[in-house]
Design a protein around this ligand. Structure first.
Ligand code: 2AM
Ligand code: CA
Length: 247
């Protein structure tokens, strides 16, 4: 389903015009593609599992009678999508009794599909993945994001960036929380943090990361993410990252 949704992204991107953009707020873009991909996902789920619940970025909550909920972000990284950059993804998580048990994140331009099943590990295009074993912050490359700035938060990530970046090898900003978590899962990144994300941004990527041996928490080290921030890294660096993020 993630791959099929990705093909719709590519098709829609090829014909996207300015008239197809609309704004949730001054900086928050949404395109006809976000809506079409979400429609595809919701209708496919409903056709196959009419009693399942769904939480989608564009359509909100669709209720059902089963204790199962799909958490979907049709295009995570809409700004990348609009600006012809490859770092966007379709993100799908499957939650049972409040716990994510399976997920997939697909980056259509890169043709990379990350999947995980609880207790069974994570893979990239079918090959098992593991987090990096980088031990020192000075050898680490971490990603972050600025959803907080886009949302106009006064208390924003620039102060954390100022604290953390000087101690790292370097910083990346890809623009898709789902992919940042997957890149940490496969060791391309050693860690990632961001404020002001929503459940649909991180639900799928968080399982992929933990199944690949990584850690994800809020900024205080508890499981209240993404509401209290999202901090992810390999197990060596997670406590060191938290040292900079804790209040
Ligand atoms: P999106 O592209 O689906 O909106 C980039 O910093 C990351 O933050 C992306 O995963 C992006 O998802 C998400 N994001 C950006 N602005 C946001 C906001 N105001 N609230 C929640 N998530 C946001
Ligand atoms: Ca998103």
């Amino acid at each position: 389903m993630a791959r099929e949704a990705g093909h719709i992204c590519l098709e829609e991107r090829a014909r996207l015009t300015l008239a197809d953009l609309s704004f949730k707020s001054a900086k928050d873009l949404v395109t006809v593609a976000d809506r079409r991909v979400e429609m595809f996902l919701v209708s496919t789920i409903k056709k196959n599992y009419p009693d399942h619940c769904i939480l989608g970025e564009e359509t909100g909550e669709t209720t059902g009678t089963a204790p199962i909920r799909w958490i979907i972000d049709p295009i995570d990284g809409t700004t990348s999508f609009v600006h012809h950059q490859p770092f966007y993804s379709v993100s799908i998580a499957l939650e049972k009794n409040g716990c994510v048990i399976a997920s997939g994140v697909y980056a259509p331009v890169l043709d990379e599909l990350f999947v995980a099943e609880k207790g069974k590990g994570a893979s990239l295009n079918g090959t098992p993945i593991r987090v990096s074993d980088t031990f020192k912050m000075e050898h680490a490359v971490m990603a972050t994001g600025f959803a907080c700035l886009r949302a106009g938060w006064a208390d924003n990530n620039l102060r954390y960036l100022n604290r953390i970046a000087p101690g790292l090898r370097d910083v990346r900003r890809y623009g898709s929380a789902a992919l940042d978590l997957c890149y940490t899962a496969c060791g391309r990144l050693d860690g990632y943090w961001e404020m002001n994300l929503n459940l649909y941004d991180i639900a799928a990527g968080a399982l992929i990361l933990s199944e690949a041996g990584g850690r994800v928490s809020d900024f205080n080290g508890t499981d209240r993410f993404p509401e209290n921030g999202t901090a992810a890294a390999n197990p060596h660096l997670h406590p060191k990252l938290l040292d900079h993020l804790k209040n």
